[in-house]
Write a protein that binds this ligand. Structure first.
Ligand code: APR
Length: 276
């Protein structure tokens, strides 16, 4: 880690009154949450992402798509927030005018103490019906399948994944989606699928926060998926300092005022400690 760059970033953070922390898959990497495509393992490797994450896919085979999201949701439930998530919540506590904006569909920011992160790409934990009113699902989401950790060993859930080589003709783990308690329509995952627009309230809030912050921290995102990737650029254009935390070069290197090369779980706590 470049200590001078870290101290420079910390000094700017210490003076900031409005901070945006903009996160992507990299912040959850050290919690063991795979990225969308990396989650296409085992039996799910038989599918392209587009076969599981489009409105057309859900229409064609709701049980397959719901099953895939149940699988992902259960993986996230077994993960824990890491030091990067906790440091993000610490920044919010330190700078009251902070906003956390995430592209992640996990709930690790919330579980680390961030009160209301804006989920640009939706959430695995906010299913809604496919009806015109998009009622939030108020029923209980099922626990992990009985064959996953039924013996009380939480790690057994990871091993419960079917083996495509042992059963090459098998489909994914199909799970029928529940019905909406308000209108009876099918319930769908509350995530943004390919070809869908971002949730309006989250996107509007994110734009306003990016345009009005004095520091935007971009953490663990490749910065290539739009429109989310526009946010660091908006912040930079409107005069904010953009601080990037990422172990690898990204499309946001040129947008960033300061590049802190390293893992979020190491750099963010060090940054917070130095800013205090
Ligand atoms: N700490 C910080 N950054 C990390 C770490 C880490 N420990 N490990 C990996 N990274 C970085 C990678 O170097 C990469 O730049 O995280 C980034 C992850 O990039 P992507 O996989 O492209 O994830 P993201 O930018 O969140 O993708 C945006 O694309 O797949 C869709 O909808 C999905 O929300 C997602 C969107």
């Amino acid at each position: 880690m470049d200590t001078d760059a870290l101290l420079g970033a910390a000094a700017i953070l210490a003076e900031a009154r409005r901070v945006v922390v903009f996160t992507g898959a990299g912040i959850s990497a050290e919690s063991g949450v795979p990225t969308f495509r990396d989650d296409l393992t085992g039996l799910w490797a038989l599918y392209e992402a587009e076969e599981l994450a489009t409105p057309e896919a859900f229409h064609r085979d709701p049980d397959l798509v719901w099953g895939w999201y149940e699988w992902r949701r259960n993986r996230v439930r077994r993960a824990e927030p890491n030091a990067g998530h906790f440091a993000t919540a610490a920044i919010e506590a330190m700078v009251p005018g902070s906003v956390v904006i995430t592209q992640n569909v996990d709930d690790l920011h919330e579980r680390a103490g961030s009160p209301a992160p804006l989920h640009l790409h939706g959430s695995l934990f906010a299913p809604r019906c496919i009806g015109p009113d998009a009622h939030p699902f108020t029923g209980t989401l099922p626990d992990p399948p009985a064959d996953a950790g039924a013996d009380g060993d939480p790690d057994a859930a990871a091993d419960a994944e079917p083996d495509p080589e042992a059963d090459p003709d098998a489909d994914g783990r199909r799970v029928p989606p529940p019905r909406c308690l308000a209108c009876g329509m099918l319930v769908r995952p509350g995530v943004v699928w390919f070809g869908e627009v971002l949730p309006a309230a989250a996107w509007t809030g994110a734009n306003e926060a990016a345009a009005n912050c004095d520091v935007l921290l971009t953490v663990g995102t490749s910065g290539v998926v739009y429109p989310a990737a526009e946010l660091p650029r908006i912040a930079r254009r409107t005069g904010a300092t953009v601080i990037q935390v990422n172990p690898a070069p990204t499309a946001l290197d040129v947008v960033s005022t300061i590049n802190l090369r390293g893992a979020a779980a190491e750099v963010l706590p060090a940054l917070v400690a130095a800013a205090r």
